[in-house]
Design a protein. Structure first.
Length: 135
């Protein structure tokens, strides 16, 4: 079975480290160099990669990196024990909450943008979790 890790591009490693450690309580694992660090404390390791705004994300003629709010079909959902406390931490660290925290059959969900335009969610599961969707 393949493993999973998550890479997040940021324009500034120190700012990325500050946000993800303060907002989500992640800790720094390894520092590979000044532009590449590992964050631990989630189910999968998260790697912050410093990439300049405007640089190509693929073959020539493709899209370029931008750090204003942008949409991507893949985003991390962080499972938390207390969504209200986690929301306060995330906002205090620089996240922007997008809409109100809402109730779902499986618990509570809040959507955010990090300071670099990347979307993420916080989820507080109830006792049934996603099994509530099977009924």
């Amino acid at each position: 079975m393949p493993g999973l890790l998550l890479n997040i591009d940021v324009p500034n490693i120190a700012a990325g480290e500050a946000f993800y450690t303060q907002a989500l309580g992640l800790t720094v694992g390894r520092r590979f160099d000044k532009d590449f660090i590992e964050l631990l404390g989630s189910d999968a390791p998260i790697y912050l990669l410093r990439k300049e705004e405007g640089t190509s994300i693929g073959p020539e003629g493709g899209d370029t990196r931008r750090y204003d709010r942008h949409w991507t079909p893949v985003h991390p959902d962080f499972v938390v024990e207390d969504i209200e406390a986690a929301t306060r931490r995330a906002v205090a660290a620089g996240a922007v909450q997008e809409g109100e925290t809402r109730e779902a059959p499986y618990g509570k969900l809040a959507m955010f943008a990090d300071p670099f335009g990347n979307g993420f969610c916080l989820i507080e599961f109830n006792a049934e979790g996603y099994d509530a969707l099977l009924a």
